[in-house]
Design a protein around this ligand. Structure first.
Ligand code: DGY
Length: 322
């Protein structure tokens, strides 16, 4: 008998086909996000669950007892949607899908950096609304990206890939802040400087790009006090997780021009977006597209499938979190 695997969201067709070769799959073809009660029920119905960032498995669900599910194979590198300590305590294995989405997510961070600095969103809205009446020497003047200073908060795989693009492609000076200082070789390869103090990085950066994982320690890491340390000409980019940035403080900083602008792919209360953000012109808003390429999403699906295969074959899953 094949293990029963519930897949919480529609995946690229090739991934669903491959999953069905090894598992008795329960697909979500309508792709409607499951309510918490449905997710809780799945824990009693399936041997494994292939879940995504939109599925929150919290402690109360995971500690309910006598669960059938033995593995949560998360489709994504971030796994803050799962209370991993509770999963471990309940004897569940949790896996993620690192590496395969690094380059595409880094591309999107750079896209946001360019979009907000060069006012791409405003320009697009102007054209579509019929408000563009021709070229003008002072129209929609933005800020040069080339040669500026980029502060990277969290120099993991994605942060590193963004720093590489910025250093090589845009000749930017790279500052970075991480919990543990990177080794000399990593810093030298990027021509980067390590800032032990995040405030120091914020005060010296023209662009700040957030790439740290979402944990209780990083919640509201960038708050009103930290916005006050940033340059008035600076831009904040967030492609990591919404709650790393205090969104209320961000709206305040953007509307009072305490900072110049922001490019966001993630939000505190996804998918709802604070009205204050929607009303501002100096912020570019994307719908969590970081890994949204065919290539990344197929690779993420295959990586999650491989984790499930290994687990049910009695081997350690390659991307074991807990
Ligand atoms: C990730 O991989 O963490 C993306 O944000 C989608 O979950």
């Amino acid at each position: 008998m094949k293990p029963c695997v519930a897949v919480t969201r529609r995946l690229p067709e090739v991934v669903e086909t491959e999953l069905a070769q090894d598992f008795d799959v329960r697909l979500n073809s309508p792709d409607i996000t499951f309510e918490p009660s449905r997710l809780a029920a799945l824990l009693y119905e399936a041997d494994g669950i292939l879940c995504t960032v939109t599925d929150r498995f919290d402690g109360s669900m995971l500690s309910a007892g006598s669960l059938r599910t033995k593995i949560l194979a998360n489709f994504g590198v971030g796994y803050d949607n799962i209370e991993t300590e509770a999963a471990r305590a309940a004897g569940l294995v949790v896996t993620n899908t690192p590496d395969v989405l690094t380059e595409d997510t880094a591309d999107l961070a750079v896209a946001l950096m360019l979009a907000v600095a060069r006012r791409v969103g405003e320009g697009e809205r102007m054209v579509r609304s019929g408000e563009w009446h021709g070229w003008g020497p002072t129209q929609l003047l933005g800020t040069r990206v080339h040669g500026k200073t980029l502060g990277i908060v969290g120099l993991g795989r994605i942060g590193h890939a963004v720093a590489r693009r910025a250093a090589v492609g845009f000749h930017m000076r790279i500052l970075c802040h991480t919990r543990h200082p990177p080794d000399r070789e990593t810093l030298d390869s990027l021509g980067a400087e390590y800032c032990a103090d995040l405030d120091d990085l914020l005060a010296r950066s023209d662009f700040v790009s957030v790439h740290t994982p979402a944990t209780p320690e990083t919640r509201h890491l960038i708050d009103s006090r930290r916005f006050a340390t940033m340059r008035q000409s600076a831009f904040l980019i967030n492609t990591a997780r919404g709650d790393i940035v205090d969104e209320r403080a961000l709206i305040e900083a953007l509307s009072t021009r305490q900072i110049s602008g922001a490019g966001l792919d993630v939000y505190e209360q996804e998918p709802s977006i604070a009205r204050g953000l929607l009303e501002l012109d100096n912020v570019v808003l994307l719908p969590h597209l970081g890994s949204a390429t065919v290539q990344s999403r197929v690779a993420m699906g295959r990586r999650a499938t491989e984790n499930l295969r290994a687990f049910f074959a009695g081997r350690p899953p390659p991307d074991l979190i807990t």
